[in-house]
Design a binder for this molecule. Structure first.
Ligand code: NAD
Length: 363
């Protein structure tokens, strides 16, 4: 059966990393008919808007999309296409696994976290205004509803149960944000009673940042509001090995969009330099969502092997500093080709690869 999937190449490095994901998808043998639609900065010139209605129509029709990053101008300019997509399609759950790969590129080789971020409200929804005509004061509205909080917290507990995770940590700032923070906190506390098999705990956002950097292995699934989730998922990506390897998914009730955590990295656009792994692992999440678990597993294991072998890796994984094995960096397309080459070679009957710490005598 051929699957029809919307593909949004996006801005900056987006076309390069989505092309890489398409090459890896071909190697799995799963037949995908990509419906390519354009959104983002470039689309303003061709369509007069960064988010043409045809993009939303395509995703609504196909119900699943793979997306590259899209630039959002800082300060003025057009409103975030990413935020608009989440709101228009009610993609309420942003799921961002942060897993170290073969211990490379990280000081925390055992990192294995999942950040679950509410994606439709909070301060990130961009509801703001100038207070005065001279623009000397401004306000942002932080909207938190019981309905959306219940929905995301339930999603996090269900995900924890499905993935056999032991703990869900809610992150908020209810000591200072005594209405919005407390509302999210009480939704979490009430929902936790329905999941006695999973440990439920809370952290204030500031403490959580410190705890994560000190001992990330203490944490498992993290559920939080929109802006805190945006920040924490980059932090967790950094713990796991960097934005170049951090995949993501956005789930609504019946639509899912898969995209890396990273942005469009304008400085590397068109240089065939960016790490394709985050987009490729987002593709693996997409395939699992479509029920193609074996193909997803093949991709994840092929990525693991390529990163562990460290012969064909992009600059961010080739750097010295975290590792005793600096190597010459490869291009985005070369790394994608190597992952694609390894996909059919994966032996799914063998155990999943595990990180093995170097023996003390090796050093
Ligand atoms: P960014 O993620 O684009 O880049 C931050 C840094 O991370 C880069 O300088 C680079 O060193 C590293 N990096 C990120 N992805 C990498 C990859 N695949 N390979 C190697 N290194 C990588 O963040 P930014 O510079 O803050 O944002 C740039 C633009 O992207 C902005 O316009 C922002 O709004 C947008 N953005 C879009 C999304 C999205 O589409 N979902 C997400 C985040 C940022």
């Amino acid at each position: 059966m051929t699957r029809r999937v919307t593909l949004i190449p996006g801005d900056g490095i987006g076309p390069e990393v989505t092309r890489a994901a398409q090459i890896v998808a071909s190697a799995t043998g799963v037949a995908i008919d990509w419906e390519v639609v354009e959104a983002g900065e470039q689309t303003i010139r061709s369509a007069g808007t960064p988010l043409p209605p045809s993009v939303l129509e395509s995703i609504r029709k196909n119900r699943v999309a793979l997306k590259g990053p899209i630039t959002t101008p800082i300060g003025g300019g057009f409103r975030s296409v990413n935020v608009a997509l989440r709101l228009e399609l009610e993609l309420f759950a942003s799921v961002r696994p942060a897993r170290a790969i073969a211990g490379e590129g990280t000081r925390y080789p055992e990192t294995d976290l999942i950040v679950v971020r509410e994606a439709t409200e909070g301060m990130y929804a961009g509801i703001e205004h100038w207070v005065d005509r001279d623009h000397t004061a401004a306000e942002t509205v932080d909207v938190v509803t019981r309905k959306a909080s219940d929905r995301i917290v339930r999603f996090a507990f269900e995900l924890a149960r499905r993935e056999k995770r032991r703990k869900v940590t809610a992150v908020h700032k209810a000591n200072i944000m005594k209405t919005t923070g407390a509302l999210f906190q009480s939704a979490f506390r009430d929902m936790a009673t329905a999941y006695p098999d999973i440990i439920a705990e809370e952290r204030l956002i500031d403490n959580m940042c410190m705890q994560l950097v000190k001992k990330p292995s203490e944490y498992d699934v993290i559920v939080t509001t929109n802006l805190f989730g945006d920040i924490l998922s980059d932090l967790c990506a950094g713990l796991a090995g960097g934005l170049g390897i951090a995949p993501g998914a956005l789930y609504g009730e019946s639509i899912a969009v898969f995209e890396p955590v990273h942005g469009s990295v304008p400085k590397y656009a068109g240089q065939d330099k960016a790490n394709p792994v985050a987009e490729v692992l987002s593709l693996a999440l997409l395939l699992r969502h479509l029920g193609e678990s074996a193909a997803a597993e093949r991709i994840e294991r092929a990525v693991w092997r390529v990163v562990a072998e460290k012969k064909v890796v992009t600059y961010d994984l080739a750097l010295p500093g975290y590792t005793d094995r600096p190597v010459p960096p490869s291009s985005c397309s070369a790394m994608a080709a190597e992952i694609a080459r390894q996909v059919p070679l994966v032996d799914l009957s063998s155990p999943r690869p595990q990180y093995v710490p170097p023996s003390p005598t090796r050093a």
